[in-house]
Design a protein around this ligand. Structure first.
Ligand code: G6P
Length: 371
């Protein structure tokens, strides 16, 4: 069993370490002569050109990948994108027709809620594209097209490497749409793709610097609550960080959009409460960055212990951080591929410190095949 886990104590830790490969393998072969090819697809460029609205449906971690996809797809294609929990989508009569593209994201391809959402979309004549990690699973079988993530089998119940692979796959769908619609020139598409490819190295770099995060996690393992805040793409990352901590460490954890702090969550801040902050790039997103620095000051003044994830040379963030977790500088839309990693390591280490089985958290199943 130790060999199966590649020398790690848990499959999940092995899977966290496999993320550079999961990203690279998911992207492999999808750029040909400067064009994005979604090779397993049965949607033509004409089909993609006809799309006037995109829905992303998913559950759990895959839903967080969907939230991130919205930022990229809307930015690149100017198409409206709605992201919805699969369990809510089909019960509220969503507006769908032939020109709607529904992207269903599911690691297992067997999640009952997501499958039912796909069926509902097909009944309404929408086109359905599945992003899936499991060959021949039910969701890809019932979809019009499939883009497989090639993360390899994921054994740990809490999804890690599939999350990064799902982000890459959903972004490739965005680039394919942009290319078909002409909202991006070929050289721009190729440049975005190359930037995504270079993230493999950036993720590796982050993985190599996780010891201080493990130390921090061990020192905070006795806490009852941890809050996470972010803005823009840092917001879904905050939600994912909180989900990981709930799933693995059974700790009360919540993610918020930092701008919402004043509308309620700031009332939760008390002396010594750990708050993990996902910072936007100081150069790339200067305005958002300065708003986040103010947010951090506000919670620090109320006693929060601030744990700040930001680009290594972010001096302003370092001055307000009780603990600083450096990540490499990346294009804004790609930052989640690196900023998520410390949050995965943090949650896994808290759970291990508390003596829990990281691979099989209580009450959870790897794939949820009942609604
Ligand atoms: C379960 C797993 C999660 C996963 C979710 C969606 O709740 O524990 O890790 O994110 O299902 O699974 P799917 O296979 O549809 O991606």
């Amino acid at each position: 069993a130790a060999a199966e886990k590649g020398g790690h104590d848990f499959f999940m830790l092995k899977e966290i370490a496999e993320q550079p490969a999961a990203l690279a393998d998911t992207m492999l072969g999808h750029l040909e002569d400067g064009r994005i090819v979604l090779d397993e697809q049965r949607l033509t460029d004409d089909d993609l050109r006809d799309v006037d609205k995109v829905f992303v449906v998913a559950c759990g971690t895959a839903y967080h990948a969907g939230l991130l996809a919205k930022y990229a797809i809307e930015h690149w294609t100017r198409l409206p994108v709605e992201v919805e929990l699969a369990s809510e989508f089909r019960y509220r009569d969503p507006v769908l027709d032939r020109s709607t593209l529904v992207v269903a994201i599911s690691q297992s391809g067997e999640t009952a809620d997501t499958l039912e959402a796909v069926r509902h979309a097909k009944d309404q004549k929408a086109r359905v594209l599945a992003i899936c990690n499991t060959n021949g699973a039910q969701i890809p079988r019932e979809s019009d097209a499939v883009l497989y993530t090639h993360a390899g089998p994921e054994i740990g119940v809490a999804s890690t490497k599939c999350f990064l692979a799902q982000i890459a796959a959903a972004y490739m769908v965005g680039l394919a749409l942009a290319q078909a619609r002409g909202t991006k020139y070929a050289d721009e598409v190729a440049r975005e793709f190359a930037a995504m490819e270079s993230m493999t190295e950036a993720v590796r770099e982050v993985l190599d610097t996780m010891e201080p995060v493990r130390e921090l996690a061990r020192s905070l393992a006795h806490h009852n609550t941890v809050l996470f805040i972010g803005r823009h793409v840092g917001y879904p990352v905050a939600l994912e960080g909180a989900l990981k901590l709930k799933e693995l460490a059974y700790m009360h954890a919540e993610g918020f959009a930092a701008g919402e702090l004043k509308h309620g969550p700031i009332a939760l801040i008390e002396d010594g409460l750990p708050v993990i902050i996902v910072m936007p790039s100081p150069a790339g997103r200067a305005l958002l960055h300065s708003k986040m620095v103010s947010n951090i000051r506000e919670i620090q003044a109320r006693g929060a212990r601030t744990i700040v994830i930001s680009e290594a040379d972010d001096v302003a963030a370092q001055t307000v951080a009780d603990h600083f977790i450096p990540i490499p500088s990346t294009p804004t839309l790609l930052q989640p591929l690196v900023s998520t990693v410390p949050l995965q390591v943090f949650a896994a280490t808290v759970a291990q410190t508390r003596g829990y089985d990281v691979d099989k958290p209580r009450n959870l199943a790897k794939s949820v095949t009942v609604e």
